[in-house]
Design a binder for this molecule. Structure first.
Ligand code: S6P
Ligand code: ZN
Length: 191
């Protein structure tokens, strides 16, 4: 698997193939299967049963060569596949940046959104091709595929921000996103 480049990074061009989400040159690729999202879905029985049966890939993240180190601006392409577990739409694990710094998402393909939660307030941002979502410092974020095709977006974030996944498991995410006959329904997240 490709690794991040080592600083100092020279200026360089990156090609993005939107249909596959591939970057060239590319850094590491991360594949998240349903079993990697332990503790994320509300319906634990549906989760255990689907993990035991098919354990599908829920999303993948292809990173550029730019490393997650101070002063760099790494980028990645996330593809969330369409689907749900117990009617709760496929999502990313969600994280908080331990060093509170902002981040931008840019919609590339499909339809989705971002749940944002700062520990008190919660927000939903719709993301589709051409739309930018801004994640301010201090807001945990989780992405959701709300459609029937793969949802892809570009993320650009400060290299020293870090990723705290335990924060979301401990404090929740504000909303949960469900499919109801093809429509998005947001429900309050109950810890
Ligand atoms: C990084 C940025 C994204 C996510 C990716 C997967 O700060 O927010 O690249 O890492 O969408 O989500 P998660 O919650 O599994 O890291
Ligand atoms: Zn982030």
């Amino acid at each position: 698997m490709s690794q991040y480049a080592k600083p100092p990074i020279q200026p360089f061009e990156i090609s993005l193939d939107i249909p596959t989400g591939a970057l060239s040159p590319a850094g590491p690729t991360l594949i998240r299967k349903l079993s990697d999202l332990e503790g994320c879905f509300e319906n634990k029985e549906a989760f255990q049963s689907e993990v035991a049966q098919t354990n599908p890939i829920v999303y993948q993240v292809i990173s550029s060569l730019v490393p997650e180190t101070a002063r760099e601006l790494p980028q990645s392409i996330t593809t969330i596949y369409p689907g749900s577990c117990g009617d709760e739409l496929y999502m990313t694990k969600g994280h908080q940046h331990p060093d509170p710094q902002g981040e931008i998402y840019y919609g590339l393909e499909g339809t989705g959104g971002i749940i944002l939660f700062d520990g008190k307030e919660k927000k939903w941002l719709d993301i589709s091709p051409g739309k930018i979502g801004y994640i301010p410092p201090g807001w945990a974020h989780r992405s959701i595929n709300t459609g029937s095709t793969p949802y892809k977006f570009l993320a650009v974030y400060p290299g020293s921000a870090g990723h705290d996944y335990g924060w979301v498991l401990a404090k929740g995410m504000g909303f949960r996103a469900f499919d109801s006959n093809g429509k998005l329904v947001l429900k309050d997240f109950v810890i």
